[in-house]
Design a protein around this ligand. Structure first.
Ligand code: ZN
Length: 165
């Protein structure tokens, strides 16, 4: 499978959610869950500013899916996200049996940028989804969105010494 125009539209919405998160004082990550028929089921953004570093949108999607979708519906759904899942979120995705993942920027890109900006290492290893979910169907990164997402990351992380991608 490749990135379609529908995929790109959903990813652009994720980047918009990431922008909303940054404007609210949270970290710039946004994600959405889309059913097999194209219906947008759930969307969220990062909400870590009040001190709970596990408030990632991909984790929220996994919990929502577990409570609202059958195993078949979860497997057929697609998760779109502005930044590739961290290991916590990838594990939650795998445990609840969600399907395809499409991300705008990769964990490798984020790690590289954070190093370039001198940001101290995060407390969780920057592993790709495939290291956490064997056989995961993933697409990304998407070059057309890299510069925009990188700018959001730089605004957030290059100015302060903490990260939770
Ligand atoms: Zn995460």
């Amino acid at each position: 499978m490749t990135i379609t125009a529908h995929d790109l539209a959903h990813l652009r919405r994720c980047v918009e959610l990431a922008r909303e998160a940054l404007a609210a004082g949270d970290e710039p990550f946004g994600s959405m869950l889309v059913a097999a028929d194209g219906t947008v089921l759930f969307e969220d953004r990062n909400r870590v500013k009040d001190g709970d570093a596990t408030q990632h949108p991909e984790f929220a999607i996994s919990r929502w899916a577990a409570g609202h979708l059958s195993p078949e519906e979860r497997a057929a759904a697609t998760v779109y996200t502005s930044g590739e899942h961290c290991p916590m979120c990838a594990a939650s995705h795998g445990w609840v049996g969600l399907g395809r993942i499409v991300y705008a920027t990769s964990t490798h890109q984020l790690s590289t940028w954070l190093r370039e900006w001198g940001v101290p290492a995060a407390p969780v290893a920057a592993l790709p989804i495939g290291d956490i979910i064997p056989g995961a169907l993933t697409e990304g990164p998407v070059d057309d969105l890299a510069a925009e997402v990188q700018t959001l990351y730089r605004t957030c992380f290059a100015q302060r010494p903490s990260t939770s991608p």
